[in-house]
Each structure stands twice: as structure tokens, then as C-alpha cells.
Ligand binder design. Sequence first.
Ligand code: SAH
Length: 219
Amino acid sequence: MNVRSFSGIGMTSPRARGRMIDRLREQGIIDERVLDAIAAVPRHVFVDEALASRAYEDTALPLGFAQTISQPYVVARMIEVLHAGRALGKTLEIGAGCGYQAAVLAQLTDQVFAVERIAPLLDKARTNLRTIKEGNVRLQHSDGQLGLPQAAPFDTIIVAAAAARVPPALLHQLAIGGRMVLPLGTATQHLVLIEHRAEGFVETRLDAVRFVPLLSGVS
Ligand code: SAH
């Protein structure tokens, strides 16, 4: 068992987490279920020990392997858009990283699949999710550009790395009535919401963002 994971869950962490939730409200996150889900996940468990004191700042932090744990506001915003007026249902996350966002999703639905292309990061996610006793996330080492055909279709797809265009496999694996949010673009990026309606796909451009790139293959 990971000793450090418990070191911060004492006095300071609930207060720091409370301040993070207050900040998310100020930034415009209004879905209480999303705020509760974020409040329920100890983000410091998911970052390196040296960065644990910064875990509740609204900032992306390095994860190693040139990757970052997403900024809490962006995690909240993406999930709020996906959750509005509906249940998340069967959910696929592309780019599990350290497992933080998957843990937040798992507070809202009991069917979370998360794929990651970098094997040591996937191991990290597995350890972190075990530390917080989150058993609802199924992790897979694969190239998320291909989606996860064996578990498709998905009601919700959330992508944590930016592509130049929407990977076609993800569109194919989005159920009718389903929603996907992903960052699109290279030099400049925006979050894009894609709704799969009976009559076709509807795209809505949301906030400007900065994500690491969606890469091909596994390592
Ligand atoms: N969701 C993570 C954010 C991780 S950053 C969190 O909560 O912290 C984005 C992640 O996407 C990185 O770990 C990167 O390795 C991964 N990634 C990039 N391209 C990918 C691909 N094609 N398939 C799966 N994962 C990918």
C-alpha cells in the first residue's frame, strides 16, 4: 500500500479541496454532481509527491513521460458538458494518464473504460486507482485513436489529448444519443462537443484549451 497517499488526506487536504471547488464555482461550473465528483477524488494521490502541495491549484501538472495531469477546470468543464441533462452511461476515456479524470468519471457512472498508450503511465493509473479503492475503471493499454471496439458503442467519449481531426473510429463507436468531447487543433486548440443524433453528428465549438497531442501507436 502506498503510504504517501494517506499523508495528505488528513487535515489540509479537505480544506484545499474545498477551495478548489469554490474556485471551480467562480469559474462557472454549476453542476453540483460534477462538483461533488471532483470533491470526492483526492487529486494529490495522482501527482508526484514533490508536487502534492500544488495538487489543488487550478493548473496542469507534469506526470512524467512529457505528459500532464489535466487542469481541474478543464476536467470539470468537459464532464459538465457531457453530463448536462443526461446520465454519462458507458464511458470511454482516451488518455488515462495517471487516472485522475477516470476517477472523477467513476464517481458519476459505474462503466468507465480508459485507454492509455504509455505502459508505465497505465501502471501509475492502476496503482493510483487502487490506492483510492476505485474499482469501477477498466484500463487498457492501447492506441485510443482506434477507440475500444470490444466495448463499443459508448454513450460518452472524452479525449484527453488533442488531435488535428476527429478520429473516425471514435465517431463509429459513439452510440446514437451519445456525446463526445475532445480537444481539436494543433497550434491553437478548442474543445469540441460532438452529439450523435438520429439525423447525424452535430458539432459545437467550446473553450480554447491547451492539451498534449494525441499520438499514434503504443509505447
Ligand atoms: N486524463 C489524464 C490526462 C493525461 S494527459 C489525467 O486525468 O491526468 C493525456 C494522455 O493521453 C497522456 O497520458 C498520453 O500518453 C495519452 N495519449 C496520447 N495519445 C494517445 C492515444 N493515441 N491513445 C491513448 N492515449 C493517448
